[in-house]
Write a protein that binds this ligand. Structure first.
Ligand code: NI
Length: 176
């Protein structure tokens, strides 16, 4: 296993609409293990493949931090599809690719997702609250969408300005 380098906004790889996985082989399983290790080391509760520069429809989640006494439970989602959304929840989100910025985002309270695990086995999972938020946040990543995109134009502008100030990374630098 090895830690992968996390990509930060405004790295253009974070804006790519990722491709489906077509081969469930040892290379894929190695990638998934590296993603999990990178997520735990960060530490984070979710990581999508483009965040380590891989433009594939893969993300991993472990939300045990919602219950600190809970056992680690790694969930792997490959070629996921959210098939049902219900209710509404506002959650203060952050992102490993946008360090130090936290903003309230409105999401569905409950989601049902269909996906494959790293062995190509299909599964369906219904999650609520933090798990549902994490699934929606990570699923956005594989379509090139960041949580800041869900804010109102004014709040988004302020968030990016604060991010530039805190991180020294600006939109303008990305275009060079
Ligand atoms: Ni994120």
């Amino acid at each position: 296993m090895s830690l992968r380098e996390i990509r930060f906004h405004p790295d253009p790889v974070l804006r790519v609409k990722c491709e489906p996985v077509t081969t469930f082989d040892d290379d894929l399983r190695q990638l998934v293990r590296d993603m999990a290790e990178t997520m735990y080391a960060a530490p984070g509760i979710g990581l999508a493949a483009p965040q380590i520069g891989v433009t594939k429809r893969i993300f991993v989640i472990d939300v045990r931090e919602s219950d600190p006494s809970g056992e680690p439970k790694l969930r792997v989602f490959i070629n996921p599809e959210i098939v049902r959304k219900e209710g509404e929840i506002v959650w203060e989100e952050g992102c490993l690719s946008i360090p130090e910025i936290h903003e309230e985002v409105r999401r569905a309270m409950t989601v049902t997702v269909k996906a494959y695990d790293e062995f190509g086995e299909p599964f369906e999972l219904t999650g609520e609250e933090l798990l549902a938020v994490a699934i929606q946040h990570e699923n956005d990543h594989i379509d090139g969408v960041l949580f800041i995109d869900h804010l109102s134009p004014l709040k988004r502008k302020l968030a990016w300005r604060r991010y530039e100030r805190l991180s020294g990374r600006s939109e303008a630098q990305a275009q060079v």
